[in-house]
Design a protein around this ligand. Sequence first.
Ligand SMILES: Cc1cc2nc3c(=O)[nH]c(=O)nc-3n(C[C@H](O)[C@H](O)[C@H](O)COP(=O)(O)O)c2cc1C
Length: 187
Amino acid sequence: MIALRVLIASTRPGRLGLPVAEWATERAAAHGAYQVEVLDLAAIALPFLDEPNHPRLRQYTKPHTKRWSATIDAAEAFVFVVPEYNFGMNAPLKNAIDYLHSEWHYKPVGFVSYGGISAGTRGVQMTKQVITSLKMVPLFEAVQIPFVRQFMGEDGAFHPNEELETGMVAMLAELEKVALALRPLRE
Ligand SMILES: Cc1cc2nc3c(=O)[nH]c(=O)nc-3n(C[C@H](O)[C@H](O)[C@H](O)COP(=O)(O)O)c2cc1C
């Protein structure tokens, strides 16, 4: 099994990222190759980076950093569920990434992005630039949700169309391949 973590980037009260991530988590669990856990940045509640040392030194001084380091160490692959804020990534995601260094190395990322007309893709592009500096491997295959509100039901759940379901299957299949191929580099 591959230790997959679904990371919810939005911390906003009332965030649509939560129902989108619930769908992603369910599909990832149904895929069969993954041991899935959710990393909710709202619940993890990291303060703005407050460590004195560069994370490559791993000389962490704060309990929240040590916890976050162990959490990311245990992951082999990620699905990042990301909004687009002002044509870019949201700040809590950047902050959570900046906390660590080698914990991220050689781990693939499949994106599930959402927003207005751009489906969150400008946020994804910015995130890709950032994570490659940490030797993460972003996938081409992705789930891009335009005008995300159109898929929100009165029940508060996310109701994707067939294209989004197909995109999710393709992304999870590619993520499995890349996660397994990168295993020797992570060892
Ligand atoms: C601060 C802020 C900036 C936003 N900027 C964008 C944007 O640049 N492009 C876009 O498509 N949507 C933008 N939106 C709308 C979001 O796509 C929409 O509110 C979405 O639900 C945000 O994700 P969340 O609900 O998970 O926090 C923005 C929303 C917020 C709160």
